[in-house]
Design a protein around this ligand. Structure first.
Ligand SMILES: NC(=O)c1ccc[n+]([C@@H]2O[C@H](COP(=O)([O-])OP(=O)(O)OC[C@H]3O[C@@H](n4cnc5c(N)ncnc54)[C@H](O)[C@@H]3O)[C@@H](O)[C@H]2O)c1
Length: 257
């Protein structure tokens, strides 16, 4: 028996590092999973990997831009058509922006707010009727340790991640009476294909990449995407039935870095 037998999960950013790892883990635990992403090549690879690693996995995929409000209704309709119900929503899609706030442009503000924050709000709103009907509906929002810990150079991103924590808390209050739990996971430095590509473009060596993580957390290393997928899965599971409105740090003890 898997912990999610008979249940259905939607995961946005499902073709990326953390989203694909979560997709695989939910499938391993018996869930039927809808992965949503913009990147069709990465999506094909993520679905093929899940089907290879988890024989019998029931995974569907949808290529849409979650930064457009209408996509939310499309995603929910697709999940219902494919699987008939929705029990878990993992809002995970995210983009980065590297402008100091003093130089931040309207275009980058609008795009990062649309993808990192408003997509979480719109998709939650659209999915809530089905999540309420589930009887054990759960939303897990992927934020960041930088919702709480300041740094220079990624202010727009960090603002969206702090907003996600606030949205999580309010929605947990509002949805408790409907039986839907709402939580956030705040990852620290997690080594995903995004970082691999970025560092390759910068010409960094493996030793340099590993050194970057040494000062950012107590564990002095990068997380693997699966190490973030487990807290996401746990928060969505019945084992976390008394947990709502929380922001779970999955940051290797980053606060002490
Ligand atoms: N990797 C880290 O170190 C880290 C740390 C803290 C928080 N996070 C958060 O975890 C989440 C996943 O990050 P990741 O590292 O796996 O990143 P990633 O870049 O590997 O994955 C993000 C995925 O989201 C997709 N995406 C982006 N914009 C989209 C859009 N408009 N519509 C649909 N899909 C879109 C991308 O195509 C990508 O597949 C993000 O919200 C990120 O901010 C990551």
């Amino acid at each position: 028996m898997g912990r999610f037998d008979g249940r259905v999960a939607i995961i946005t950013g499902g073709a990326g590092g953390i989203g694909a790892a979560a997709g695989r883990l939910f499938c391993e635990e018996g869930a039927r999973v809808l992965l949503v992403d913009l990147d069709s090549g990465a999506m094909a690879a993520a679905c093929a990997d899940i089907r290879k690693q988890v024989p019998g996995a029931q995974v569907s995929d949808l290529i849409v831009d979650v930064g457009i409000e209408d996509s939310a209704a499309q995603i929910v309709a697709h999940a219902k058509r494919a699987f008939g119900r929705i029990d878990v929503l993992v809002n995970n899609a995210g983009i980065r922006s590297y402008e100091p706030l003093a130089e931040a442009k309207r275009e980058t503000w609008e795009r990062i707010l649309a993808v990192n924050l408003l997509s979480y709000a719109y998709l939650s709103r659209e999915a809530l009727p089905a999540l309420r009907a589930s009887g054990h509906g759960s939303i897990v929002n992927v934020s960041s340790m930088h919702a709480f810990i300041p740094r220079a150079g990624m202010g727009q991103y960090d603002v969206t991640k702090a907003g996600i924590v606030s949205m999580t808390r309010t929605l947990a209050f509002e949805e408790a009476r409907h039986g839907v739990r709402v939580n956030a996971v705040c990852p620290g430095a997690t080594f995903t294909p995004f970082h691999a590509k970025r560092f390759a473009a910068d010409g960094r060596t493996q030793a340099e990449i590993e050194a970057l993580a040494v000062n950012c957390c107590v564990l002095k290393r990068w997380a693997a995407p699966r190490e973030i997928a487990y807290p996401i899965l746990w928060l969505a599971s019945e084992e976390a039935s008394y947990v709502t409105g929380t922001a779970l740090m999955a940051d290797g003890g980053g606060f002490a870095g």
